[in-house]
Design a protein around this ligand. Structure first.
Ligand SMILES: Nc1ncnc2c1ncn2[C@@H]1O[C@H](COP(=O)(O)OP(=O)(O)OP(=O)(O)O)[C@@H](O)[C@H]1O
Ligand SMILES: [Mg+2]
Length: 354
């Protein structure tokens, strides 16, 4: 009987990830659809970065692009630098090594990562040995039990014999996290890892990810709709809109002092952040990706849009000399126009005028 002992530690150094002007085109029947329109953001090694934005903004495409797991025929442009390698340029052999030993993905639905007919233990052992082919089956089993205990599965040793259908959704997502961890990756990409779970379990899983980040120095990216849950978990926040990044920076700074009107609007849709006022929705819909407006993609929904916003596409620009905070808004350059909008409540004002 194996007693879960210590925390399974990551063997590798945490990995930094850098998206540089990344484009993704997906094939259609007669042409291609551009999904990502020059996505740039930084994921410093050992940090937790949240990727937020409405449905369809391109979060999953960015995550899957970083693993080169996009549908057949997809074209990636720009570069996705992981450590010192460009994922966009990796050979098949390099990709295999990257996916088995360096980076792992956790998807929204735990079932998509598990085989229903194989025991939890055999799947964990297989994953551990894909991360380290020299690991004996016995050692992989010990690691599997330790890791299962670490992610909060009680009686881990005997649960190795369980099958996925014998576990709850929350437990399954913990198993999927354990499957990633046993391979000792340096980078964990989590695509809405808690959306399918109840609120209490969501918070527990996110807290677990944060603990693993601290203990193992793992770099973690979490794509989410839900800004509230991310506030206490992430170090940095990247906000996407219509296939591009509109703002990024340290989470507390972006949330307390958003510089892009879309970030501001998105925060107003988050119950906790919205300090008791009635919950708002952002008026209108994001543009179709094959019919993006000539200027800023958010301009048609933006209360602060000026004429130039409808004709000029804003570039992601540093707000400080370090480049730690960046935003893509033409009006942010004008201190006078920026100071006012964020002190007022344009949505309530607009509805009062109606
Ligand atoms: N395989 C595909 N074929 C065609 N279009 C696709 C495909 N995958 C994604 N898209 C389109 O790309 C855009 C971005 O999708 P993506 O799934 O990356 O967004 P998301 O931000 O993850 O959204 P959600 O929050 O709903 O998960 C959407 O308009 C979507 O319809
Ligand atoms: Mg998605």
């Amino acid at each position: 009987m194996t007693t879960p002992t210590s925390t399974p530690t990551s063997s590798a150094e945490p990995l930094a990830l850098s998206f540089r002007d990344v484009t993704v085109h997906l094939p259609r029947a007669n042409d291609e659809l551009q999904i990502l329109h020059g996505v740039s953001f930084e994921v410093p090694a050992g940090q937790v970065v949240a990727l937020a934005g409405e449905s369809g903004s391109g979060k999953s495409t960015a995550m899957l692009g970083a693993m080169r797991l996009l549908p057949w025929g997809a074209r990636i442009g720009g570069s996705i630098i992981a450590g010192d390698k460009d994922v966009a340029q990796m050979t098949k052999a390099e990709l295999r090594e990257f996916r088995s030993r360096k980076a792992r993905v956790i998807l929204q639905d735990p079932w998509s990562s598990l085989h229903p007919m194989h025991s939890i233990g055999s799947q964990l052992i297989e994953s551990a040995r894909s991360g380290d082919p020299k690991l004996s089956k016995a050692d992989a089993r010990v690691l599997a039990a330790e890791t299962l205990a670490r992610v909060g599965i009680p009686d881990a040793e005997s649960r190795l014999k369980s099958y996925p259908h014998q576990m709850s959704g929350g437990q399954l997502q913990r198993v999927v996290i354990a499957m990633a961890l046993v391979a000792k990756p340096s980078l964990l990409l989590c695509d809405e890892p808690t959306t399918a779970l109840d609120v209490t379990t969501q918070a527990q899983i996110l807290e677990l990810l944060r603990e693993l980040n601290r203990e193992m120095g793992l770099t973690i990216i979490i794509a989410t709709h839900d800004l509230d849950v991310i506030a206490g978990i992430a170090d940095r926040l990247v906000v996407m809109y219509a296939g591009a990044v509109v703002e990024q920076g340290p989470v507390a700074e972006v949330m307390s002092n958003p510089q892009h009107p879309y970030t501001w609007a998105l925060l107003q849709t988050a119950p906790e952040h919205n300090s008791g006022a009635r919950l708002r929705t952002i008026e209108g819909r994001p543009p179709a990706l094959d019919k993006l407006p000539a200027g800023c993609s958010f301009a048609p929904r933006c209360d602060f849009a000026a004429d130039e916003c409808r004709t000029h596409r804003p570039q992601l620009t540093a707000l400080d000399p370090t480049g730690d905070r960046m935003t893509a808004c033409l009006r942010v350059q004008d201190a006078h126009t920026v100071a006012d909008p964020f002190d007022t409540d344009p949505i309530l004002e607009a509805s009062a005028q109606r």
